[in-house]
Design a binder for this molecule. Structure first.
Ligand code: NIG
Ligand code: FE
Length: 432
């Protein structure tokens, strides 16, 4: 029997046909986690409604409330889903490197036997290994790999995904990754996709002039062209001791702001080199990783209202200590949780796995973890008026779980536990 090649988009999971076809319908749930701030309280940060129902019309949420209020006799509405467990907003993954191809399994084995991530990268592996695979792939192959990945993410309860380039490292190959994101993003039956140009990730081998010259080229030439083509909503830079410095990243991120794009940054994954202050100064949408960040950096983030995207799968894989979560929380920094899906530090596609590790390893409460992968993540991606909560006016992006309570979502199942996943009121993945 011929099996699909790795990275191909032959259906590992089949997608149901259009089941609901834009009809007006209701969902009843024993427990509805709304993430609606107007329903939240100190004792109930998730705004939970028990014995709940919601109405979906034209792909949007029309009404939310107690079952008896919404489904009163005479309402005459079809109940499309009767959920015996918990329903939540569809999960929002705020940090992924999803358009990759190729496998770095050999490097992983070396690392697990004691090899050092930064040393492997310095020797031409790591990000550069993925660069070679991405450069050798066509846009179609990248889009196929991304679609397959998005479909598997949907099956895990995810309905919106930030997707970064950053493995092309030359203008044509970065554009190829971003075009693959745009291509996959056209499919309304996959999670919605937010494109980020990861402009500074590693120095490609042909960049003889060094990091500052490369960053200058990106800021002057590649970035404006990518912005003009409408290929990115955010620009990201990896600011760290073996990546780019604050001075190298500044012209790129400032140019991004001048071009009207948002900014995100990989900061403090290995060392605090001042990235948090730069991100705060530029009003970044998020700073991500933060295993290493000094109190001044945390204060700057808090003052500027920059969210912290926690990526516990990466620190687990790299055997690192957690970020200073208690200090971030005490400073009032909004906490997000992302999968960091990538072939090096976070070989996963599972945001629920990241949530489980955020609770187990980082000490987030269940409510913090869920808000960081729904409402707060959506807000950070500029989707706060689109998804991330269950309230009238937002799109009907929902996950219906075969679990009795939201506490169960953050347990490390290792298997998909979403029974049905809806985007715009249509089923995009279903199990059972
Ligand atoms: O978020 N460390 C920077 N970027 C990625 C990993 C990239 C890779 O190893 O392919 C991260 O961890
Ligand atoms: Fe990352």
């Amino acid at each position: 029997m011929d099996l699909p090649r790795p990275d191909s988009d032959l259906p590992a999971l089949s997608r149901p046909g259009p089941l609901l076809g834009g009809r007006r319908f209701a969902i009843a749930a024993r427990r509805l986690v709304t993430c609606d701030p107007s329903r939240a309280s100190t004792g109930d940060p998730l705004g939970v409604i028990e014995d709940a129902a919601l109405i979906v019309r034209g792909g949007a949420v029309e009404a939310v409330g107690r079952r008896h209020e919404i489904l009163h006799p005479g309402a005459g509405i079809e109940i499309a889903f009767e959920a015996a467990g918990v329903v939540t907003p569809g999960l929002v993954d705020c940090h992924t490197h999803a358009p990759w191809v190729g496998s770095r399994d050999a490097e992983y084995a070396v690392r697990m036997a004691g090899g050092d991530y930064e040393a492997i990268a310095a020797a031409g592996g790591g990000i550069l290994a993925s660069m070679r695979a991405v450069r050798a792939a066509t846009t179609g192959e990248l889009a196929a790999a991304l679609r397959a990945r998005l479909l598997r993410m949907a099956a895990l309860g995810v309905t919106a995904v930030e997707a970064k380039s950053g493995y092309g490292l030359d203008e044509a190959s970065e554009r190829k990754q971003l075009e693959a994101i745009a291509e996959a993003g056209k499919d309304a039956r996959l999670p919605r996709v937010v494109p980020t140009y990861l402009a500074l990730h590693a120095l490609p081998p042909e960049a003889a002039g060094g990091r500052a010259a490369y960053a200058g080229l990106v800021a002057r030439s590649w970035l404006p062209a990518i912005a003009a083509a409408g290929l990115a909503r955010y620009v990201d830079a990896y600011i760290d001791r073996s990546a780019f410095s604050v001075d190298e990243a500044r012209p790129v991120l400032e140019r991004a702001r001048a071009l009207g794009l948002g900014v995100r940054a990989h900061v403090g994954q290995f060392a605090d080199v001042g990235g948090a202050a730069l991100a705060a100064e530029l009003g970044a949408a998020s700073v991500d990783h933060l295993e290493q960040v000094a109190p001044e950096g945390i204060a700057a983030l808090a003052r500027a209202g920059v969210a912290a995207a926690l990526l516990p799968v990466a620190s687990f894989t790299l055997r690192q200590a957690p970020p200073p979560v208690a200090a971030l929380r005490a400073a009032g920094v909004s906490l997000l949780v992302g999968s960091d899906a990538n072939p090096g530090t976070a070989p996963t596609e599972s945001l629920p796995l990241a949530l489980a590790l955020a609770v187990r390893l980082y000490g987030l409460t269940v409510a913090e973890a869920i808000l960081g992968a729904t409402r707060e993540a959506a807000r950070s991606l500029g989707l706060g008026d689109v998804c991330g909560a269950v309230r009238p006016g937002l799109r009907a992006d929902l996950a219906i779980w075969d679990l009795p309570h939201e506490n169960a979502i953050v347990q490390p199942w290792g298997t998909p536990r979403a029974l049905a996943v809806l985007r715009d009121g249509e089923v995009v993945a279903a199990h059972g």
